[in-house]
Design a protein around this ligand. Structure first.
Ligand code: ARG
Length: 276
């Protein structure tokens, strides 16, 4: 009972803090904002949920060029992260607002407080843990290598072979960028604002391969002729939500929500909708 009360108290504190926070909303980072849709809240018969407009806003920072986790369907940002985040917000009694920005701006936006949390197929890394706190992981990722169908690159080892000069395209600030720069040196790595641009550079011959997470890699290969994904993975990773360092009130709520949404199958259902 005591625990229950303290959970309620913490929730009230998060809600009132967020309400305060949302009140001074002038310095939003990012070009585009959208509210994530499909939580089905409005369609559930008999729900007594308060009017969406009365709920406090929970702001998520993302980079919406990362199908199937976050991407545009018309004006709206959809995807696995968008839907899981909407389900989390619903559990917190809040309305999700998604702010699209460069991937490498997300940690700063979280720490400056222009968004409440970051969710972007973001990998937990030691370095990022110095800057922000991460939730429990809600998904796994694999860094994959995309090449042209007729590429001489057959495995990840070919990239690091003695004398290899292959050029690698990555999205700026991603783990693909960080690992490739460590392994092959910055001279061989070209950074792009998103995976699409990196893949266009590959198709145009400016780079010899693109290192990017496996599910976005599949979407990019499906959307562009003449490309394939190598069978050998480059790295395995865990995705999580990040919050401002020390914001354990919000983090605890997010973790509790992720656990519940895992246990009741909601997360698996969302993933299955996007990854066949
Ligand atoms: N998992 C990789 C990382 O954390 C790539 C994430 C890129 N996400 C995005 N929404 N563009 O660095």
């Amino acid at each position: 009972m005591k625990k229950f009360l303290s959970v309620i108290l913490a929730l009230v504190m998060v809600l009132s803090l967020t309400a305060l926070f949302v009140g001074c909303d002038s310095d939003t980072v990012g070009e585009n904002e959208t509210t994530a849709g499909d939580t089905n809240a409005a369609t559930d018969a008999g729900t007594t949920a308060p009017d969406e407009t009365e709920k406090p806003v929970l702001k998520m920072g993302t980079n919406a060029y990362f199908q199937p986790y976050e991407f545009y369907e018309g004006e709206k940002i959809v995807g696995i992260d968008a839907e899981i985040a909407a389900a989390i917000a619903e559990k917190l009694g809040m309305t999700l607002e998604i702010v699209d920005m460069e991937f490498d701006s997300i940690l700063t936006a979280v720490n400056e407080g222009s968004v409440d949390f970051g969710m972007a197929g973001m990998t937990i890394t030691e370095d990022r843990l110095l800057e922000v706190d991460f939730s429990i992981s809600y998904a796994n990722g694999v860094q994959s290598i995309i090449v042209k169908n007729d590429s001489p690159i057959a495995t990840a080892d070919d990239l690091s072979a003695e004398g290899a000069t292959y050029k690698v395209g990555v999205q700026l600030g991603t783990t693909g960028d960080i690992y490739a720069t460590d392994d092959f040196g910055s001279d061989r790595v070209t950074t792009y604002s998103n995976g699409n641009e990196a893949v266009l550079a590959l198709a145009g011959g400016s780079v010899d391969c693109v290192i990017i997470d496996n599910e976005p890699a599949k979407a990019l290969v499906a959307a562009n002729e003449g490309l394939k994904i190598l069978d050998t993975a480059y790295a395995n990773e865990d995705y999580a939500i990040c919050v401002k360092k020390g914001n354990s009130e919000l983090l605890d709520k997010i973790n509790a929500a992720i656990m519940e949404l895992t246990e009741d199958g909601t997360i698996a259902g969302i993933v299955a909708k996007y990854i066949k």
